[in-house]
Design a protein around this ligand. Sequence first.
Ligand code: GN1
Ligand code: MG
Length: 363
Amino acid sequence: MQLSQLTGAFKLDGTPNAWEEFGHGHINSTFKVTTDTGAEYILQKINRYVFHNPIRLMSNVSAVTEYLRHRVEDHRMAMNFIPTTQGLYYHRDEEGDFWRMYDFMHGFCLDAPESDEDFYQSGLAFGRFQALLSDFPADTLFETIPEFHNTIDRYRQFKASVAADPCGRAAGVQEEIRFVLEHEQVGSILQEMRLSGELPLRVTHNDTKLNNVLLDRKTRKSLCVLDLDTVMPGLSAHDFGDSIRFGAATASEDEKDVSKMSLDLHKFEVYTKGFLEAATALTDREVEVLPLGALIMTLEVGLRFLKDYLDGDLYFKTAYPEHNLVRARTQLKLVADMEAKMEEMKRIVAQVKAAVHQQYLEV
Ligand code: GN1
Ligand code: MG
């Protein structure tokens, strides 16, 4: 497939005269395209093995970005997708692959925070995303991955894998299985609150890691969040929780020495500050359950790694045979540490909330 053939389908400023592979994403194929007028774009092929319905995915992404674009003061704070000559936000090529284009965004992303300020900026970016979309009708969005954070369903699937034990691995991980099963009740709390309507359905990002935040090159302040493919209806506590699981941990997700894994309460506070300063539309109940969001997201991911280990490593890419088990153990260790620090997390959230409230009164 000639790239020039693809870019011809989109309404661009000028004629493309240069393109190169861009970034290091693991899901979509990405190219940077420049035209003879100097305009710069990103061209991306959507991975259809991961996303089964690219048309509905693009309808989510375009609806959300369009909504955001009308609510930000600087155009660099929202992605801008380019329509095709037919007025669509995707082009389907002869091989059935789906492509999209958007304006190239100047800035940079980090894989890990280099300072408290970086992590604070990440909290601000995801909090702002939450606030800007607080009036967007979340239930009009399509679930790009159905039942993604439905922990009740995740437990059902987990028990089925334990019972089937297709690789004969269950006997070797009894302690981990017991830990997961003992946490079923706490693991289901948010899903039950979602079902009862106690927590509102929000537009959630579902991949709230720092490397999805675009930072300004000069000021290093966060501009916007990228990678909107998993945007769908969900709970604000999930987005907060996944940022904490990943960014406020003292070790990486696949650290083999579990004794190195714990929750860094200072980092927890830094992120909470950014998130709550920006996510001004959350209800009191939503703010109250944020620490629970951190614990439940970590438990959910630990359960998914352990289930995948039992299934024979079908879902997550692994670099060595025990990789999923190692990941599961570090996540479960982090769950245990979060449980021990639950009261402190709650205290920090309440304190930050009061301080943010005070700031607003003083302005
Ligand atoms: C997967 O590949 P990545 O990092 O974008 C997974 C997340 C997990 C994460 C654990 C679509 O995300 O849910 O939290 O691995 N994404 C999907 O590292 O399943
Ligand atoms: Mg991702």
